[in-house]
Structure formats: C-alpha cells, structure tokens
Design a binder for this molecule. Structure first.
Ligand code: IMP
Length: 175
C-alpha cells in the first residue's frame, strides 16, 4: 500500500483489532462498574478506536473529547479557560483517557500534569498501541491493545502526513 509516496505493509488485521477492542471494552466495563467514568477521547488519532470501544462498553459513562495539539497552542497564548479543554467538571471523577498510540509518552505526561490540580478521583489510560521502547516518562498504561516495536504505523485512526486514518487495518512502514 502506498500512502503519500511511502510503502506500507499490512501489520494488524481488522479482525484482530476488533477482537482486541472487544476484550478491552469488557475489562474496562468490569473495572469501572458503578464508578460512572468519564471517557476522554484524545483526538485526532483515537477517533476510530474510541468509537468501536465505546460501542461495547456496557456501563453508565460519559464521553468527552480533547484535541491536544490545538490545546497546546491555546495554552501558549495563555487564553485557556478550561484546562485540558474539557467542559466537564473533572473534580472527583474517574477519568479514562482513550489514546490511539503511546509513543514517547509525552502526551500522557502532559495530560497527567494538567489533570492533577483539578483533583479527579482517578486517572487511567487505554491505548490501542504501545511502543514500550520509546517510553521516556514511565507511567503505567492500564489497558494496552498491542505492544509494538518502534516502527511507524498507519491506519485505524493513525495517519501518515494526514492520510490513512480511514483504513480498517493497521499497516507499518516498510523498512
Ligand atoms: P507521544 O506523545 O510521543 O506518546 O505520541 C503520541 C501521538 O503521536 C499519538 O497520539 C499519535 O498521534 C502520534 N504517533 C506516534 N507514533 C505514531 C505512529 O507510528 N503513527 C502515527 N502516529 C503516531
């Protein structure tokens, strides 16, 4: 598969992704039963994963969205009114952030830093993909779909230069 001039090969097929997503939904539903969690989707990359995941979550919960890149810009201008860009009050709430991939871990640390002063009851992360070798800031990711080597991947929400998000399988850059 060629995306924007680069060659990618199939890596994780849709059926395997779907089976994993179901498994993750069931464990999070079990763990957060009676906790009324607030799921926070980290855009853009997590949109497809989050949609599939949330369809299988079978407990009372709310879903919200943040877009970190624009949020970082907003922060730097000092005009942010809602830290993290959430309109919900997160005080004493159980937060579960939904990520497409944890790579360096910078996004995770950023979210944690911004959350802490707002005193949520708990914070956890679900990430479809996890590149443990590239983690610079150790924070345990509670729910991980697939641990992968530090290859560049695309599809199922993840992009290469803006393209490939719509693919239902995950591909990796050919060496
Ligand atoms: P981190 O802050 O380095 O953990 O990176 C997280 C973000 O980088 C993810 O939410 C993705 O948007 C992007 N990213 C990291 N690795 C890849 C990849 O292999 N393909 C596409 N996007 C990636």
């Amino acid at each position: 598969m060629i995306i924007k001039g680069k060659e990618f090969e199939i890596y994780i097929r849709a059926a395997e992704i779907q089976a994993k997503v179901k498994e993750l939904s069931l464990s999070v539903s079990k763990d957060y039963k009676d906790k009324n969690p607030l799921f926070v989707v980290v855009l853009n990359g997590a949109f497809m994963f989050a949609a599939d995941l949330m369809k299988e979550v079978n407990i009372p919960s709310e879903i919200s969205f943040i877009k970190l890149s624009s949020y970082r810009n907003t922060t730097s201008t000092g005009k942010v009114k809602e830290p993290l860009g959430l309109s919900e009050d997160i005080f004493d709430r159980h937060l579960v952030f939904i990520e497409d991939i944890v790579d360096t871990g910078l996004t995770v640390s950023y979210i944690l830093k911004k959350c802490k002063p707002l005193k949520p009851a708990s914070v956890a992360f679900i990430s479809l993909l996890y590149k443990p070798k590239s983690m610079i800031d150790a924070f345990p990711i509670r729910y991980v779909g697939f641990e992968i080597p530090p290859d560049f991947v695309v599809g199922y929400g993840l992009d290469y230069a803006g393209y490939g998000r719509n693919l239902k399988d995950i591909y990796r850059l050919k060496p």
